[in-house]
Design a protein around this ligand. Structure first.
Ligand code: NAD
Length: 253
């Protein structure tokens, strides 16, 4: 089977993805700051730390057949930490693993319905994509990211979509593809935390659908984008949201 790495493997969508991939014959390496025993192998990683990322990468196998970037934080912590984990650490891990990815590998990032409206300025998104760990605090201060609740989260999820679009053909000759999956409300600890700070927004999205999503609704979509069945899908975003994105499109047109 394939060797696949999944971040955020200890909870929610990441844990469901580990279960799904293993049930379909993959050897799955879970990467999370919290311990978990659901994967074939667990490697501790703190995605907010360059040092921890490098240590985790050193422990990963020489060859990997795909990477799912599922770990993420709700905006209940300072903006700098949201940006570290959801964006800069996720990009740093991906870049560090790129040399090890085999031909045909998929890279999948978890964006969100939160990115649907593209509310941040394109210049800020571009600046965010160029951030290194050392520049995050100054970025947050300069753009006053912490002044609006939830903005750090929206920014990171939009930036992941933009990163995906930017990388649409970067690794064509290596057969590597990057895509995004964008869920709406999925019942996990993150959703509870998110609803605590963004209650109205969460309720608005949830009222559109007949039920909230379950992690098991998202895992097969991630697995598809890691598999050869999605070989001609590049730089794309697949909503897995019970129709919430379509609802907003219908309203806007
Ligand atoms: P979750 O809270 O259940 O799981 C997130 C995981 O990330 C946890 O296991 C946590 O330990 C890990 N993590 C947190 N900080 C970390 C760090 N510094 N280093 C390494 N790992 C760390 O959340 P979830 O709902 O399963 O979310 C998974 C992804 O899906 C996130 O990127 C989230 O933004 C995205 N998403 C979730 C929803 C939703 O409604 N749940 C909607 C859209 C997008």
């Amino acid at each position: 089977g394939k060797a696949l790495a999944v971040t955020g493997s200890a909870s929610g969508i990441g844990a469901a993805t580990v279960d799904y991939l293993r049930a379909h014959g993959a050897y799955v390496i879970g990467l999370d700051i919290r311990p978990s025993d659901n994967a074939d192998e667990h490697i501790a990683i703190d995605l907010s730390s360059r040092k921890s990322i490098d240590e985790a990468v050193a422990r990963l196998p020489e060859k990997i057949d795909g990477l799912a970037n599922v770990a993420g934080l709700a905006p209940t912590v300072p903006a700098a930490q949201v940006i570290r984990v959801n964006l800069v650490g996720t990009m740093a891990l991906t870049n560090a693993l790129l040399p090890r990815l085999t031909y045909g590998s998929g890279i999948v990032n978890l964006s969100s319905i939160a990115a649907f409206h593209w509310q941040q300025s394109i210049d800020q998104i571009k600046e965010a994509l160029d951030l290194s760990f050392g520049k995050i605090d100054a970025f947050v201060e300069k753009h006053r990211i912490d002044d609006q609740p939830g903005r750090s989260y929206f920014l990171t999820k939009e930036a992941l979509l933009a990163w995906c679009i930017r990388q649409r053909r970067t690794w064509v000759d290596r057969g590597i593809r990057m895509n995004c999956v964008s869920p709406a409300a999925v019942s996990t600890p993150l959703l509870d935390a998110f609803a605590g700070v963004m209650g109205e927004r969460t309720k608005k999205d949830s009222d559109i659908v007949e039920r909230s999503g379950a992690p098991a609704d998202i895992a097969p979509v991630i697995a598809f984008l890691l598999s050869g069945a999605s070989a001609w899908i590049r730089g794309a975003n697949i909503p897995a949201d019970g129709g919430v994105a379509a609802h907003y499109l219908a309203q806007e047109n």
